[in-house]
Design a protein around this ligand. Structure first.
Ligand code: FAD
Ligand code: SF4
Length: 485
């Protein structure tokens, strides 16, 4: 039996890490209990806790193709189309249970992409990356670990390739080769769940050419390896988490986080290197990781479920739920949300087996799905804000609700119906605020836009992957152009 950790064991495993984390200009001495970071730890812990519940077991666990043991699906290498479909369902399920980014998909997507590319590099160059990778994977599965998937470099001037940057560290690179491994320097920006991870898996951020060979590297390290520093990103309304468990937080339990990760001359042993200067395989690794991660945006469908539920509730509290325009707007929210679900199920259902044995999603459909994700959550959020009313942004604090002087006025004037206490209305409004403009909007909106690549990245892939010649051929045949001279 592999070790399927529960939430408590996961939390304890994090306490053993010696992470070098900075936030608000100070070193964070106790990462696990920090009130700003902790909700994000709770969200990852939920991926452990719910995996033990019989009703979710089918979706949240899988059989390892390496050991045959039961493992958490977040550490699984997809072995069938059914696995790919279950992965999409897992994203929606976890999104609907936490209403935020639960962070564990990036590492899963990195491992699946590496399982394909390490195999492909070995076939061409007779290297042993796949053997190393499978050994690493077994370690991750046996210990049920969380991996940060680190692709995005700081990138400097976007118009220049890595070797032409004024500062050569703008993309992560090898700076020294030693007998037992290499030394790397650089940074990875926007790293989801970085300080809740046991391991960090690094990949190149874009297609590299020969001149950028030193940047064509992929490896995995323990998250507390010497020389790695984490600088926490801010989120709007983040300091509300310092106010204790008030309903002003919106989501009382869960959240997400991102961090800037700096690699200051970090040693990587050979056995943890999965790509080293094979620049001709960077396109494959980047495109496959991106496609898997674009599929992972099934999570937004789950968060959408919560937002739609909250919007229906506020409409009922306000007495507007029977108005035809409100009913129609809620239908539209559901229509958009289920359309997103169609995309992530479709790219999984159209998946195929790669030479390594790993199943890969349909690249075109995964890109189309993510393109929709860059738009639909914004429209769903707009409709939620429309129905919620202006109180969404003018609501006084929980402390005012509890105030002996003014609390009675809030209870009197914000009550909409005799059976709906004003506090209930305030709580549901705070949840909508949290998802559409508070700290969870990082995950629901801006991450939908830029995470797994900005919108233009998908449009480039769509234009490359559609079979335009075939479409033209059929059109020409049907109108008889091919019969003309
Ligand atoms: C919340 C969040 C979580 C994330 N989590 C992770 C993670 O866990 N791991 C990870 O590796 N990455 C992560 N990312 C990074 C994500 O993949 C990047 O944000 C995305 O690839 C865009 O890169 P950028 O943010 O540097 O924006 P930029 O590259 O600066 O893009 C901004 C705009 O400039 C355009 N642009 C950029 N370069 C060019 C160019 N050369 N020519 C023309 N136009 C250009 C883009 O199309 C876009 O419109 C996350 C991002 C967010 C927002
Ligand atoms: S944004 Fe979604 S897919 Fe990405 S790590 Fe968070 S929950 Fe997973």
């Amino acid at each position: 039996m592999a070790r399927l950790m529960n939430a408590k064991e996961y939390e304890e495993s994090l306490r053993k890490l010696k992470l070098n984390v900075y936030m608000f200009g100070k070193k964070v001495l106790n990462v696990v209990d920090d009130p700003i970071i902790r909700p994000s730890m709770n969200a990852v812990a939920a991926t452990y806790e719910f995996a033990h519940k019989p009703e979710y077991e089918e979706i949240l666990t899988a059989r390892s193709h390496l050991t045959g043991k039961k493992i958490n699906r977040f550490t699984h290498i997809h072995q069938s189309v059914e696995d790919l479909v279950k992965k999409s369902k897992m994203g929606r399920l976890m999104g609907s249970l936490t209403a935020c980014c639960f962070q564990r998909c990036v590492g899963m997507d990195a491992m699946n992409a590496l399982s394909i590319t390490t195999y492909a590099i070995d076939r061409k160059y007779e290297t042993e990356y796949n053997k190393r990778f499978l050994k690493y994977l077994e370690y991750i599965q046996e210990n049920d670990l969380v991996c940060d998937g680190a692709m995005t470099d700081s990138k400097g001037d976007r118009s220049l390739p890595p070797h032409k940057q004024a500062d050569p560290d703008m993309f992560l690179r090898v700076v020294e080769e030693l007998p037992h491994g290499i030394v790397v320097r650089g940074s990875k920006a926007h790293q989801t769940g970085a300080v809740n991870s046991h391991e960090i898996i690094v990949m190149p951020t874009l297609t590299m050419k020969k001149e950028d060979m030193d940047y064509a590297i992929s490896f995995a390290l323990p998250s507390d390896a010497p020389g790695i520093t984490y600088i926490m990103g801010r989120q709007s309304c983040d300091t509300r988490k310092l106010e204790g468990l008030t309903f002003d937080r919106g989501n009382m339990f869960y959240g997400g986080h991102e961090a800037m990760v700096v690699f200051d001359n970090v040693f990587v042993p050979w056995e943890r290197l999965f790509m080293y200067r094979e620049y001709d395989f960077t396109t494959q690794l980047v495109e496959n990781f991106a496609a898997y991660h674009r599929q992972s945006y099934a999570c937004k469908v789950g968060v959408g479920d919560v937002l739609i539920g909250a919007t229906q509730t506020v409409a009922e509290y306000n007495g507007t739920e029977k108005a035809s325009h409100v009913k129609d707007k809620i239908v539209e929210m559901n229509h958009l949300n289920e359309t997103l679900f169609c995309g992530c199920i479709a790219c999984a259902a159209e998946g195929h087996r790669e030479a390594s044995g790993t199943y890969l999603v349909d690249l075109l459909l995964a890109n189309v799905h993510k393109q929709n994700v860059t738009r639909f959550p914004y429209e769903i959020a707009r409709l939620a804000q429309d129905i919620a009313g202006g109180l969404l942004v003018t609501l006084p604090s929980e402390a005012d609700f509890k105030s002996p002087e003014v609390g009675k006025w809030l209870e009197k004037y914000f009550r909409t119906k005799p059976d709906v206490p004003a506090e209930q209305r305030a709580r549901i409004l705070r949840l909508i605020e949290n998802i559409t403009m508070g700290s969870a909007a990082v995950g629901y909106l801006t991450e939908s836009m830029h995470g797994a690549g900005s919108p233009q990245a998908q449009r480039i892939m769509i234009s490359r992957l559609v079979d335009m010649k075939q479409k033209q051929k059929i059109a020409k045949e049907l109108c008889g152009i091919d019969q003309c001279l």
